[in-house]
Design a protein around this ligand. Structure first.
Ligand code: SF4
Ligand code: SF4
Length: 176
């Protein structure tokens, strides 16, 4: 698989990206995609967002247009519903390809949606992404976890240790 990356990505990152693609994307044999379009016809995002299409995404991977894909904001619009993976007759998984591309884009220092920083900050502050929300009841009004008989949501017992581990994971994700 040909990997084209911009010159401002250092060699260590290129090597890592090559390895990831070989192990993950390459292992799915993107080249055997027959462009049947079953993934795209099942994809809820394709119906709503012009420019997002798992069939085309696999074609671009097979053509080695990785650099172009990493910079494409479309890779962040996938809802991770897995329908493409379920429908593909060739056992290719656009979903898994997208997850690899997102990881690689992050490592390459490319833009990612700011909401991911909110997720990380929530985890660092309280141990989970966001406080539980009340749910809408059938007859109107809203119900809390307590009203539904569910236990409360607690963060880790030792927040300092937990935060240290998460920070190490974040650094590892950057390739540091
Ligand atoms: S996992 Fe992503 S690409 Fe696949 S069908 Fe769902 S939204 Fe579309
Ligand atoms: S369903 Fe599979 S074979 Fe068909 S276009 Fe999508 S990835 Fe290719």
């Amino acid at each position: 698989m040909v990997i084209r990356l911009s010159s401002d990505v250092d060699q260590r990152q290129v090597e890592f990206i090559s390895l990831m693609l070989q192990k993950s994307v390459g292992g799915m044999h993107a080249e055997v995609c027959d462009q049947c379009g079953k993934c795209s016809s099942a994809c809820p995002v394709s119906k709503e967002i012009e420019g997002f299409n798992p069939r085309q995404l696999i074609a671009r991977v097979a053509l080695g247009k990785i650099d172009e894909l990493l910079a494409d904001e479309a890779i962040w619009t996938c809802t991770t519903c897995l329908k493409c993976r379920e429908r593909c007759p060739e056992e290719i998984s656009p979903y898994d390809v997208i997850l690899v591309l997102r990881n690689l884009a992050y490592r390459a220092g490319l833009n990612y949606p700011g909401v991911y920083d909110d997720f990380i900050n929530g985890i660092l502050e309280r141990g989970f992404i966001s406080e539980p929300q009340e749910v809408r009841a059938r007859g109107g009004g809203r119900l809390s976890r307590e009203a539904l008989g569910l236990p409360g949501v607690n963060g880790p017992k030792d927040m300092a240790v937990f935060r240290g581990i998460v920070e190490k994971i974040i650094e590892a994700g950057k390739g540091n």
